[in-house]
Design a protein around this ligand. Structure first.
Ligand code: HEM
Length: 537
């Protein structure tokens, strides 16, 4: 105590009455600290620069001159550089200002990162989602991620997903009606917004158990807020000057974001509150056998049974929450919001890319039609789980579309330890970008990579392929928890479209402008000509 008081007095003495000796000591101390930091930084920069990299890096801005281009040029820049340099190195270094990052594009390097149970921290890009998603499953790390993943895995169990088939069918039917109406005006349209509204309705129903009717009414505040939030995140990704939080706060986007978050969080909070009340009421009814509140369904033998209420992912979260002891309402909200984000943009993009590719390959479409005829005949009944298992060729078409246009084109990780890749040691605290878009075009695993060939995914042809050569849903411990959900949804929406229409893509692949944001999407949508298959509504 005496000692620390003395130190304090000395320090105060220095501050209040500096003399030349103390000033000199202070300055020497300051310069020593700066010098040590400078030497360490130089050593670090040397270590990083030992790894082959992109040309054009300058001291402060890094490779900004390379990547500070309009968003629609970024993908071309990246693929161009990797194509030019990959023969000299299977890892490429780049600098985002003072921060190094490494581009990875080989199955071997993907395996090192994705199979690790330690390298699970997300890169900076995901921070822009945090105001909305907080630290839900997608953005969290460490023990929080681990326990949430364990808790949420059963929510995507086969049995639960089976219940969602009905939602997929109902919403696909609405989609067909919407298309039918739109086609009365013109038989060519941009399909992207139609699919977006359909997947939004699906995810709202399956995640929260509520129907926002994004397809029927087009002016939902919540839907507009989801669009706006995705735009803000994309804007931050492509504009370095609004990436630091303090600069973002000064931008116009910050005000917009505050408003949008009010709508998004307000909506989810409200759904959670109402659902909890309903469940309480149901428990009460159950306890008092007051079944008047139940709806009834008629069975084939004309008897009536209480309608089983379909559980939403939210119900399963409420089940594991144990009245807030295990998961608070805020914890539940971040997971529901995460499903809302991760569960609609990804599938929307994937369905659109499939439509573009199938609509550009009449031979592929013929085979799909043959398969649909085999499975459904002339009937327009909804698809069942068994039907989905029989749509094997359609599944290969979907997988091949996800190869060429993976919805998540880059997976970002922050390295929390030194990591050896292809013999190079990538230092801890740097970032890696796993370029799925480029990996999936490696001719070693996919000969003639630009060709759309669904048969690559036939069982015989997939055998022996490197397990990390194709990873649209990522792989390892942090893979996509919703991949089965996504495939089922895609199969039902696509089969509904092909059961009703002949599809012709009006855009040429090579002419489309691709935006590489968190999601890979066509800047100007996907234009299709849809010709009805002798159906009348
Ligand atoms: C075609 C559709 C989809 C694709 C291509 C896709 C792809 C991915 C990828 C690549 C990741 C890893 C991201 C990373 O590590 O940075 C991921 C994670 C995730 N996905 Fe999906 N996804 C799709 C659909 C869905 C759906 C429908 C849901 C939910 C209903 C979902 C929920 C999640 C969640 C919660 C995570 C985080 C998992 C974790 O970190 O433990 N995804 N997805």
């Amino acid at each position: 105590m005496v000692m620390s008081t003395r130190v304090l007095q000395l320090a105060l003495g220095w501050i209040t009455a500096p003399n030349s000796v103390t000033l000199f000591t202070l300055m020497a101390l300051f310069f020593s600290v700066v010098l040590v930091a400078f030497i360490n930084r130089m050593k670090f920069v040397k270590r990083v620069n030992n790894i082959p990299g992109l040309p054009g890096g300058i001291t402060i801005l890094g490779n900004a001159s390379t990547f500070l281009v309009p968003p629609e040029e970024i993908l071309n820049r990246l693929t161009g550089y990797v194509a030019a340099l990959k023969s000299s190195s299977p890892v490429l270094r780049s600098w985002a200002g003072p921060f190094p990052f490494f581009l990875l594009f080989t199955a071997e390097s993907f395996e090192v990162i994705l199979s690790s149970s330690k390298l699970i921290d997300k890169s900076r890009d995901y921070n822009y989602l945090e105001p909305w998603l907080n630290t839900g499953l997608l953005t969290s790390t460490g023990s929080k991620w681990f326990s949430r993943r364990k808790m949420l895995t059963p929510t995507f169990h086969f049995k639960i997903l089976e219940d969602f088939v009905q939602v997929f069918n109902e919403q696909s039917q609405i989609l067909i009606e919407q298309l039918h109406d739109a086609l009365k005006v013109e038989n060519e349209l941009d399909i992207y917004p139609f699919i977006t509204r359909c997947t939004l309705d699906i995810i709202c129903d399956t995640a929260m158990g509520c129907n926002i009717e994004a397809q029927a009414k087009r002016d939902s505040e919540y839907v507009k807020a989801v669009y706006m939030m995705s735009e803000i995140v994309a804007a931050r990704q492509s504009r370095p000057w609004i990436q630091p939080n303090f600069l973002f706060q000064m931008s116009e986007y910050s005000t917009k974001q505050r408003k949008v978050l009010g709508v998004l969080h307000g909506f989810t909070d409200d759904v959670i509150r109402r659902r909890k009340m309903e469940r309480k009421q149901q428990n009460h009814d159950h306890a008092t056998e007051n079944i008047e509140h139940h709806q009834f369904v008629q069975k084939e033998d004309d008897s009536f049974v209480p309608k089983k209420k379909r559980l939403a992912l939210l119900d399963l979260l409420l089940d594991v929450s144990v009245d807030g002891e295990v998961l608070s309402d805020l914890d539940i909200r971040e997971e529901v919001d995460t499903f809302m984000f991760e569960g609609h943009d990804t599938t929307t993009a994937a369905i659109n890319w499939s439509l573009l590719l199938i609509g550009s390959h009449p031979d592929v479409q013929d085979r799909i039609n043959e398969e649909l005829d085999r499975v459904f005949g002339n009937s327009d009944r909804p698809a069942t789980m068994t039907d989905l298992n029989h749509l094997k060729y359609l599944e290969c078409c979907i997988k091949e579309a996800l190869r060429l246009y993976p919805s998540v084109p880059v997976i970002g990780r922050k390295l929390n330890e030194d990591t050896v890749i292809h013999g190079y040691t990538l230092p801890a605290n740097t970032t890696v970008g796993l370029m799925t878009y480029i990996l999936h075009r490696d001719p070693k695993h996919f000969p003639d990579p630009e060709l759309y060939q669904p048969e690559r995914f036939f069982e015989n042809n997939s055998r022996g392929r490197h397990p990390y050569a194709y990873v649209p849903f990522s792989a390892g411990p942090r893979n996509c928890i919703g991949q089965k959900f996504a495939l089922m949804e895609e199969k039902i929406i696509l089969s509904s479209i092909f059961r009703n229409y002949h599809v012709k893509a009006l855009d040429k692949r090579e002419e489309l402008i691709l935006l590489i944001e968190l999601i890979l999407r066509p800047r100007d949508g996907i234009r299709l000509r849809l010709t009805p298959k002798q159906k009348s509504y």
